[in-house]
Design a protein around this ligand. Structure first.
Ligand SMILES: Cc1ncc(COP(=O)(O)O)c(C=O)c1O
Length: 343
């Protein structure tokens, strides 16, 4: 009954096996290994982007912060949702790696930004000439931090607004696999065809040990990313253990199979939760994360039965919680949790 986060799960067996296989013998370092060639080829194929550049890092924070650093100068602003991971959970890494770019939070229901609100946010920056911050880039998340999913059409509507101001767009895809599994969209339609310039493609939350691929659709930006990654201390010397994970994750569609399990378990959980008296969902459940609100005492009952998740009190005396499923969640976990809630 582990619903605290998808990163509390272990490694998928295929990833562990790939790491064990990569451990044999010696291999070139710093990304010069064959596994990196394979990883790049697989990502180019999946994204239908034969020119795309791929760089691996070990954390989502590094992927996001370094991506933003190549997209916007220090004197510029990054427009993102007010609850974006880059704004709330990265300890200022985007500001640090960009050498001072300022995050501008944009409000929006259910973790999503509406195009009109993005345009309105643009109107408030960049007009001060040399005295003010300049407009820099847009950062979106899919899956969003509220567990909702943008469709390619919704992404394209936002990038169109960004383009009208000549701004590049970054997509935080820490749960990109879950977004693709939820929508059935193609990876290309969800990204470069919808106007995304750089993607943080997550692996860690979905069965890898620790690897994220930064997919840079304009290869001219790749060298700068590589320099920033090295300078920022995120270029692994034993890089083969990053590429081994990512190649195994992509091979044969494992990334989508794992995300499909996580999403299906979230669907089962959400369906079961509708039977809990007094429970409402704060956001639509569309991928592998949900935010139920329930009567006081419900969390304690589930936790006493061994369930693990984040919870908090609400001003009206009720309780809120975040429940996340992963590739390793089983139907038994979900059903046991539902029984515990029923008391
Ligand atoms: C939306 C989002 N982006 C990025 C990350 C990556 O974070 P980390 O640096 O912990 O790998 C997370 C992890 O919680 C996340 O939820």
């Amino acid at each position: 009954m582990q619903f605290a986060s998808d990163n509390t799960s272990g490694m998928a067996p295929e990833i562990l096996a790939a790491l064990a296989a990569a451990n044999g013998g010696h291999a070139p370092s710093y990304g010069a290994e064959d596994g990196m060639l394979r990883t790049t080829a697989l990502l180019r194929e999946i994204f239908e982007a034969p020119e795309a550049a791929v760089c691996l890092v070990a954390t989502g924070t590094a992927a996001n912060a370094l991506s933003l650093a190549v997209l916007c100068p220090p004197w510029s602003t990054v427009f993102c949702h007010e609850h974006a991971h880059v704004a709330e959970d990265e300890c200022g890494a985007p500001e640090f790696y960009t050498h001072g770019a300022r995050l501008v939070p944009v409000m929006g229901a259910h973790g999503k930004i509406a195009p009109a609100d993005l345009a309105a946010a643009f109107a408030t920056t960049g007009a001060g000439g040399v005295h003010g911050m300049q407009r820099g880039a847009v950062s979106l998340s899919n899956v969003t931090e509220a567990g909702t999913v943008y469709t390619p059409t919704e992404i394209a509507a936002l990038t169109a607004v960004a383009r009208s101001f000549e701004l590049p767009v970054h997509l935080d895809g820490a749960r990109f696999a879950n977004a693709i599994a939820a929508t059935g969209a193609s990876a290309a339609d969800m990204t470069w065809r919808a106007g995304v310039d750089v993607l943080s493609f997550g692996g860690t939350k979905n069965g890898c040990m620790g690897v994220e691929a930064v997919v840079i659709f304009d290869p001219a930006k790749a060298w700068e990313f590589e320099l920033r990654r090295k300078r920022g201390g995120h270029l692994f010397s034993k890089h083969r253990f990053l590429s081994a994970q990512m190649a195994a994750y992509l091979e044969g569609g494992l990334w989508l199979r794992l995300a499909g399990v996580a999403n299906a378990m979230a669907g089962r959980l959400a369906a079961g939760l509708t039977a809990v008296p007094g429970l409402t969902q704060k956001h639509p459940v569309q991928a592998n994360m949900m935010f139920p609100e329930w009567p006081a005492g419900t969390a304690a009952r589930a936790q006493a039965a061994g369930a693990r998740f984040y919870g908090w009190g609400l001003p009206d005396g009720r309780e809120g919680a975040r429940l996340v499923t992963s590739w390793s969640t089983t139907a038994g976990d979900v059903d046991a949790f539902l029984s515990a809630l029923a008391g």
